[in-house]
Write a protein that binds this ligand. Structure first.
Ligand code: NAD
Length: 359
């Protein structure tokens, strides 16, 4: 494939492996971006990509993101991700999942898989029959659906951002506009409502909207009206690239803090938010609760310990926002610097250990 090595050099991956299984039709790519902090962990995305280049770009981008997410969350894990080129609704079969499980097993634990778009807890259960290196299943010690912990982490991050923005320590009466009330958005609405926040919501599925309106007294608006909603906080919990030149000028909020991955369409959108005085809680730092949850399986899952660890997303966001203020850089850059510092420190430690062993 043209340009593969060029892409690898740009993204700085350790290993990218292509898997093809003629019998089941499996076409998968596993990207191991970094194992500096530990084995690489990241979900498997099943998606009908337009072409192989699009699948490769996605796995490279997503696996690098996982390195940063794990580093900022303080986990002893590296960044990896897998993509399976297939339509999850029509092409997913037990045989295909088995072939993917065997592919993961062949990397001997350098990559640990989990769920992502197009994959469910049940699919992880199937994959686990073929590899030990899969987390997020319903087995004993399995952590299951990560979205509750993701939402809990986002809730903590919101509290830290509210304090940083000088809006106090209580969410009572604070207006939050949530874009997308699916798995994470629904649980976030529940935490916010219990804390006394007022909710404005949007979704493209009426059934999701109805549930949140009924249960938490939320006010629903049309999908394209959520950006300009009269809210203190905008919480994107649906799609990526929703902070861009079309949407940022519509925002009336003081804070953007939500679970969606890759919220900034381009890097300069982070500068735009910063220059407008809008506090942005970097996506991969605030949405790490799900990763912390699945990673806990590797040390023996304990719910209380996970709750405690995820509640520290508060400190992570507070530290990043403080650094952004001190260094006068946008929060997304402050988060990247924090991750890069941890990676450099771990690399140096590894090099020291190697030298000592060789001597
Ligand atoms: P989900 O599919 O359950 O929910 C997304 C919701 O957004 C759906 O209800 C969907 O109808 C709605 N939606 C789609 N397009 C929309 C639009 N244009 N306007 C308004 N609503 C729209 O997904 P999820 O698991 O809740 O994840 C939400 C986001 O958080 C995703 O970006 C995901 O990558 C990210 N994330 C999730 C987790 C997790 O634990 N599930 C962890 C980290 C990051």
């Amino acid at each position: 494939m043209m340009g593969v090595f060029h892409d690898l050099e740009n993204y700085g991956h350790e290993q990218v492996t292509f898997f093809h299984d003629k019998e089941t039709g499996l076409k998968a790519i596993i990207g191991v971006h970094s194992t500096v902090l530990g084995p690489s962990l990241g979900g498997c995305r099943m998606w009908k990509y337009t072409d192989e280049q699009a699948a490769l770009r996605d796995v490279l981008r997503l696996s690098r993101g996982m390195t940063y997410k794990a580093a900022v969350a303080g986990l002893k894990l590296g960044g990896g991700k897998a993509v399976v080129m297939a339509d999850a609704r029509t092409e997913k079969t037990p045989e295909l999942l088995a072939a993917f499980g065997r592919a993961v097993e062949s990397l001997h634990g350098k990559y640990i898989t989990a769920e992502d778009v197009g994959m469910s807890v049940e699919d992880i259960d199937t994959i686990r029959k073929y590899t030990k290196h899969a987390v997020g299943g319903s087995n004993e010690g399995g952590s299951g659906d990560p979205s509750v912990m993701t939402a809990f982490g986002v809730f903590q991050g919101i509290k830290a951002a509210v304090k940083h923005a000088g809006m106090g320590t209580s969410l009572e009466g604070i207006k939050v506009a949530i874009q997308g009330v699916g798995h994470v958005g629904y649980h976030l609405a529940s935490y916010l409502s219990a804390a006394g926040a007022k909710l404005i919501i949007s979704d493209i599925y009426p059934a999701q909207i109805e549930k949140v309106v009924q249960e938490f007294g939320a006010v629903a608006v049309e999908p394209d009206q959520i950006y300009g909603a009269a809210a203190d906080i905008f919480a994107p919990c649906a799609l990526g690239a929703i902070l861009n030149q079309r949407t940022i000028p519509q925002l009336k909020c003081k804070i953007v803090a939500g679970s969606a991955n890759n919220q900034l369409e381009v890097d300069s959108d982070g500068f735009d938010l910063f220059n407008r005085g809008i506090v942005y809680a970097p996506d991969y730092a605030i949405n790490s609760g799900g990763l912390i949850n699945v990673a806990a399986e590797l040390d023996g899952y304990n719910h209380e310990r996970v709750l405690d660890k995820v509640s520290k997303v508060y400190n992570t966001i507070a530290d990043i926002l403080e650094r952004s203020k001190e260094e006068n850089i946008p929060p997304h850059q402050a988060a990247d610097r924090l991750a890069e510092q941890r990676l450099v420190a771990a690399k140096m430690l590894k090099a020291d250990v190697k030298e000592t062993v060789c001597r």
